[in-house]
Design a binder for this molecule. Sequence first.
Ligand code: IPE
Ligand code: MG
Length: 235
Amino acid sequence: MDGNGRWARERGEDRIFGHASGVESVRSAVSAAGELGVGYLTLYAFSTENWSRPQEEINALMELLVKSLAGEVAELIRKGVRLRSTGDISALPDACIAGLRDVEQKTAHCEGLNLILALSYSGRWELTEAVRRIVRSGMPAEDIDEHAVRQHLSMPDVPDPELLIRTSGEQRLSNFLLWQLAYSELHFTPVMWPDFREDHFKAAILEFRGRERRFGRTGDQVSTEAQDIKQGITK
Ligand code: IPE
Ligand code: MG
């Protein structure tokens, strides 16, 4: 979810205004994912590297998280969304940990979309943790294969993402799900996260589905269709 700061600056506002505006895009993505029958949506909300931002911005992001969790829980339950989190959660302020645990517990029974918040997360952190767990388990080196590594990742039950969407024109992975993205399709868009709403999300998924399943149509037909939708929403 990239581009909040630039989006705000373009409007003469401070970065925090951009983050607050991005919350509506999260709502949009969750609702579009639910409608399209997406099983898992992982949002890279705060990276390990983001701890180096100004303290004031970090505080604002954490407050936004606490406020959003409390404000959205009823709607998540209504939509059947199960919330989970991944990352070094213990590094978050106590109020965030409490808010997360509360919503995780209240949505644990939900069977629709699995919404995963990556917080204080980085792919290298996760892989380093996996190595630690393997060593602690005493597993003999000969037994360590790809399956064993996967089983020691933070969420071994969550399938690898089929599609990665990155907003704001950046074309990097930025330390996100390094193991899990090995075979994922990548979607890069210049749209800043606060502007990335339901139609953008749906167009990205449709274009991805076109890549995967053409239903007898040519690749050109599918991309023209996705292009039309994109143009329709930006006009
Ligand atoms: C992403 O937007 C939001 C978070 C990291 C929480 P940025 O804050 O990275 O926005 P830009 O990249 O400065 O525009
Ligand atoms: Mg950024």
